[in-house]
Design a protein around this ligand. Structure first.
Ligand code: FE2
Ligand code: FE2
Length: 231
């Protein structure tokens, strides 16, 4: 059954869109991109800054991690975040954009990541190791909420762009989409269960989101709802 929570753009294979592009060129049919190009560029700048900031957030979060399963998970997510930076470089090339160019939104994204790193440093210094791990889990959730949304938006742009840029976006989303869902929904599960443990109640670790390999918001809601079955 088709997962209706995935963006529709991933439904059409790359080769079909490639053939449609050839048809459009040969027939003289002009494809009209319906995405606002300067706003799309802004999304790309924010996306690369999110991945760069995400690397710093994971490095600090790893200093705060005490649970060994969580540490392994975050190490994997850190490696994937670095890969996402490389994947975005290819999209910037296809979009003919300077990846180092500054934008007002990009500065805001950088500032937020720096704030999350500072929050973890404060917790490490003053709040004790257990609380620092909680702050780290919440910080990763905040960073990954933006990261996940960036990629879902980029997936929506596949059919609103054309040529090499459209192909590169689709290829990138096919590689990254599921990983971003894991980063966000699995860490959300960790943050909830670590808090439940901190409150002295019975926690489920690793969280059911991980056991069920959750990839969608609906799946995450279901995992949380069924957490009692995992105790
Ligand atoms: Fe990412
Ligand atoms: Fe991510």
């Amino acid at each position: 059954m088709r997962d209706s929570s995935r963006p529709r753009s991933s439904a059409r294979p790359v080769f079909v869109r490639h053939l449609l592009g050839i048809w459009a060129r040969k027939s003289g049919h002009k494809e009209v991109p319906t995405v606002k190009r300067d706003h799309f560029d802004e999304l790309l700048y924010q996306a690369i800054e999110t991945e760069l900031g995400g690397e710093q957030v994971y490095l600090k979060a790893l200093e705060c991690a005490r649970n060994e399963d969580l540490r392994k998970e975050w190490q994997k997510y850190l490696d994937e975040t670095r890969e996402h930076q490389e994947i975005l470089k290819r999209i910037f090339e296809a979009a003919d954009l300077d990846i180092s160019a500054e934008s007002p939104g990009r500065k805001v994204v950088r500032h937020k990541a720096e704030g999350l790193v500072t929050a973890m440093e404060m917790a490490l210094a003053d709040a004790g190791p257990e609380a620092a791990q909680l702050v780290a889990a919440e910080s990763v959730v905040e960073a990954e909420t933006k990261d996940h949304q960036n990629w879902e938006l980029l997936a929506r742009c596949v059919e609103k762009t054309s040529g090499a840029l459209s192909s590169e976006l689709q290829k990138a989303y096919d590689q990254v989409g599921e990983e971003e869902a894991h980063h966000l929904f699995h860490t959300q599960g960790w943050a909830r269960e670590l808090w439940i443990d901190f409150l002295g109640m019975e926690a489920v670790m690793p969280p059911p989101e991980e056991e069920k390999n959750v990839k969608t918001q609906i799946g995450a809601a279901r995992a949380e709802h069924q957490r009692d079955d995992y105790k």
